[in-house]
Write a protein that binds this ligand. Structure first.
Ligand code: FRU
Length: 541
């Protein structure tokens, strides 16, 4: 089998082969970006001996795979080395905190926090790590089950110079998710703070917490310990299959985080991504002063297929993150280095797309492409009252097949399409009349993504955060064989989809702009590029 047949990606992060889940401890050190990740290096499935894979890069696009950084060697990590984070200490040396699954007589696979240091901090590749004697450095507190205590964050220093980290947890006998706070003077000896930084009933176990400051104005990222009037803080936690976040004000003096909203464990939570995306981790890149986030994109085909492919899982593109001018959400956008892969370009402008029509965008490798398109809707004011969207539930709103309540659409892109359109993944918009205004629905519909029936095909959707009366509707899709990352409205909403086409592979894959609505829309501009292959972990050491 060639790569195309097996839908392997060409510019997304994947290990050389076998299984990957969470990104761990991304950091920049002495000229190299480091990515660690949850890895089973023996098979394309999750295992009970998880290790830390390790790759390095100078641009976060091309990666070299090194030997694993952590494998079980001690009783406290005998059953796995699970997720964790890196912190660069004031003397410039990195340290890592990760989750050890302990060999324990009564408490099977108790989750503990392990501290690790580079063996030789002068090695920019940080190839060897040591686990000092005083490990483990944290044990599950009495009100937390022994298997619900994991994924320590990057540390930050309060105004008092004391270090803080969060550990994901759940309260014993309840579904109250918690971000447990620990403090330390030396990063070695840790004391639990009496109350969690945040907790919420009915959310379940909080995995992979992430906590960092964001500038209130501008796109620049800030280092983890920065805290003043010009920043707010983001707390992200992974639960219920999504990476959800709240924005708020953190005070190290009062040791409290006052969030502007609450986690609800419903679709109204703020999400990094409305598709297939989980357990993400952000870091501050001091080379370009930006905050960058990576997430895990899971496979949605069968385990049998994963064995045939020889791999399972990938990471999202590195996404720059900053606070929207509204202060109410984060914006995400692929880092500029991704654009270096752009090659052959085709463009369109001011093109009318009438109702019920398709337009093929030819001339690029549609299975491996970057597409930016902007739609303009000629008249919105004075529309006759159509069905009020408040009478329609989410399932219908987000369904591409339904035009109930639509003023415009569904319209958008058909990615990874076969020439007979029997395979297609639609990334679409619909304009719905709502109250006195209009809402834009953004969706990514995998229902027709493959003729194969042993893959999970979902329809993902959300309300796009724009007012279509004042703004054009923009979309950027990065299409990479079996993954499509879609950024709506300049990155205000993001949806990642998986697709495993049978026909729409390699040169046979096509790209279309489509309009299923009855009214025409205008493509104000469209630019599409073929993407070159990145060199991602081609040769494993
Ligand atoms: C999230 C997670 C983490 C854990 C790791 C194990 O996907 O379950 O909570 O540390 O994966 O691989």
């Amino acid at each position: 089998h060639g790569n195309d047949v097996l839908n392997r990606t060409s510019f997304h992060f994947q290990p050389h082969r076998n299984w990957i889940n969470d990104p761990n401890a991304p950091m920049y050190y002495k000229g190299f970006y480091h990515m660690f990740y949850q890895h089973n290096n023996l098979a394309p499935k999750f295992s009970n001996i998880m290790i830390w894979g390790h790759s390095v890069s100078q641009d976060m696009v091309n990666w070299i795979q090194l030997e694993p950084a952590f494998v079980p060697t001690e009783s406290y990590d005998r059953h796995s080395c699970w997720s964790g984070s890196a912190t660069i200490l004031p003397d410039g040396k990195p340290v890592i905190l990760y989750t050890g699954l302990e060999e324990h007589k009564e408490l099977d696979r108790r989750q503990v926090t392990v501290l690790a240091e580079p063996k030789d901090a002068s090695d920019p590749l940080l190839r060897e790590w040591v686990k000092p004697k005083n490990n483990p450095v944290m044990l599950p507190p009495h009100d937390v089950p022994h298997d619900c205590f994991r994924d320590p964050t990057t540390g930050w220093q309060g105004q008092d110079g004391v270090w803080r980290v969060l550990v994901g947890a759940k309260e014993i006998n309840t579904e109250r998710g918690m971000a447990v706070l620990y403090r330390s003077d030396d990063f070695v000896e840790w004391t639990k703070y009496p109350t969690p930084l945040l907790a919420k009933e009915h959310t379940g176990m909080w995995e992979c917490p992430d906590f960092f400051p964001v500038a209130i104005t501008g796109k620049e990222g800030v280092e983890n310990s920065v805290n003043n009037a010009s920043v707010k803080h983001v707390l992200k936690v992974s639960f219920g299959g999504h990476d959800c976040y709240v924005i708020g004000k953190y005070s190290s003096e009062n040791e409290d985080f006052v969030a502007d909203s609450e986690f609800t464990n419903t679709t109204s939570d703020l999400r990094y991504d409305h598709g297939t995306f989980y357990a993400s981790k952000a870091f501050f890149d001091n080379v370009k002063n930006r905050r960058i986030n990576f997430g895990w994109v899971v496979e949605t085909d069968s385990e049998e297929d994963d064995f045939e492919k020889g791999w399972s899982g990938l990471l999202s593109l590195p996404r720059e993150m900053w606070l929207d001018t509204s202060g109410k959400r984060l914006i995400q956008w692929p880092i500029e280095e991704i654009n270096y892969l752009r090659t052959k370009q085709v463009s369109l402008d001011n093109t009318h797309l009438s109702g019920c029509s398709n337009l093929e965008i030819s001339g690029i490798t549609a299975a491996q492409a970057d597409v930016e398109v902007t739609f303009d809707l000629p008249i919105l004011e004075g529309n006759p009252q159509v069905l009020d969207s408040d009478q329609v539930d989410d399932a219908v709103l987000f369904d591409r097949g339904s035009s109930a309540g639509c003023v415009y659409g569904p319209f958008g892109l058909l990615a990874l399409a076969s020439s007979d359109l029997s395979e297609q993944t639609a990334i679409f918009f619909k304009i719905i009349r709502r109250g006195n205004g209009y809402s834009v629905i953004m969706g990514s519909d995998e229902k027709k993504s493959s003729l194969r029936d042993n893959t999970k095909k979902s329809a993902h959707g959300t309300v796009l955060d724009i007012d279509p009366r004042h703004e054009k509707i923009s979309l950027r899709c990065l299409i990479d064989h079996s993954v499509i990352e879609s950024y709506g409205a300049g990155g205000r909403n993001v949806i990642t989809s998986r697709a495993y086409p049978k026909l729409a592979i390699g040169e046979a894959a096509k790209l279309y702009v489509f309009n299923d609505g009855t009214r025409g829309v205008t493509i104000s501009s469209l630019d599409a590029w073929s993407m070159r292959n990145a060199e991602v972990n081609l040769n494993a050491l």
